[in-house]
Design a protein around this ligand. Structure first.
Ligand SMILES: [Zn+2]
Length: 263
């Protein structure tokens, strides 16, 4: 990634020329599996609100997207709706969103608030990575106040390790993920430093419609103004990246090393 060159030019007009040289999202995600991105979220709202636009953009460019939900986020239910019923509403909303965005949804059965971090959960995600073979994975950043988000982050890191381990025998052969990014999420904001900006202007309206399938997006389950936050954030991230609208991501620290024989 062009993290360093961007950081050096941020705040000056040169930022745009730096971005012109930066690899496009579609180039970043090119790989042996033709640009497939897998988003892995603790809850469906996280997946669609913070990772959905990037997935949709990839699909728009002829790639593919998979959204793996570790839980249904059912405990975010308002008092008027039983938890089980709300979970099914979340599943239905996610199926509709996935269809609209052209991505494959996967649901794991972990209870909201109790997603376990252990070998079983990491291997289950490992098996999904080996099955779908994404070149890029997007998930939660670790700096979150939500325990499920922190757990998801840890699970995904272990799962990517397991998935690429040739000597770990599972049903399917090993698969190495080329890139790992963390999504920008208001609940995961501690020490989140964006370094990758994806142009989402072409899929913005579709992404907004996908988000609108969720009651929480419309402010029906709590205080937080998801709609205002994520739609406004796309403008803010677009301003600093030279796009009309953008989503920001943070590359895993291990991917920031650049090798060069000259400067
Ligand atoms: Zn969440």
């Amino acid at each position: 990634m062009n993290r360093r060159s961007f950081a050096q030019t941020l705040g000056s007009a040169a930022v745009f020329s730096a971005f012109a040289k930066a690899p496009a999202w579609s180039q970043i995600s090119e790989g042996a599996t033709a640009g497939k991105i897998m988003a892995i979220a603790a809850h469906p709202g996280d997946g669609v609100f913070t990772m959905g636009a990037g997935l949709a953009e990839q699909v728009e460019r002829g790639g593919a997207g998979v959204l793996l939900n570790l839980s249904l986020g059912e405990r975010g239910a308002p008092k008027s709706i039983p938890v089980g019923q709300y979970g099914e509403m979340q599943r239905t909303a996610t199926l509709k969103a996935a269809q609209l965005l052209g991505i494959d949804p996967i649901f794991f059965p972990y209870p909201d608030g109790e997603i376990p971090f252990n070998e079983e959960s990491a291997l289950r995600v490992c098996d999904a990575i080996r099955e779908y073979k994404p070149s890029v994975v997007v998930t939660h950043w670790s700096g979150s106040w939500h325990k499920d988000h922190q757990t998801c982050h840890l699970i995904v890191r272990d799962a990517i390790f397991f998935a690429g381990l040739e000597t770990l025998a599972r049903t399917r052969p090993a698969h190495s993920v080329s890139k790992l990014f963390y999504a920008e999420n208001w609940e995961d904001a501690t020490n989140f430093v964006p370094d990758t900006y994806v142009d989402i202007e072409g899929v913005y309206e579709k992404w907004m419609k996908a988000c609108d399938f969720y009651p929480m997006w419309r402010g029906q389950t709590g205080f937080f103004r998801y709609n205002d936050y994520y739609s406004s954030l796309s403008v803010v991230r677009g301003c600093v990246s030279g796009f009309k609208r953008a989503v920001a991501l943070m590359a895993d620290a291990n991917e920031r090393v650049q090798r060069s024989q000259f400067l």
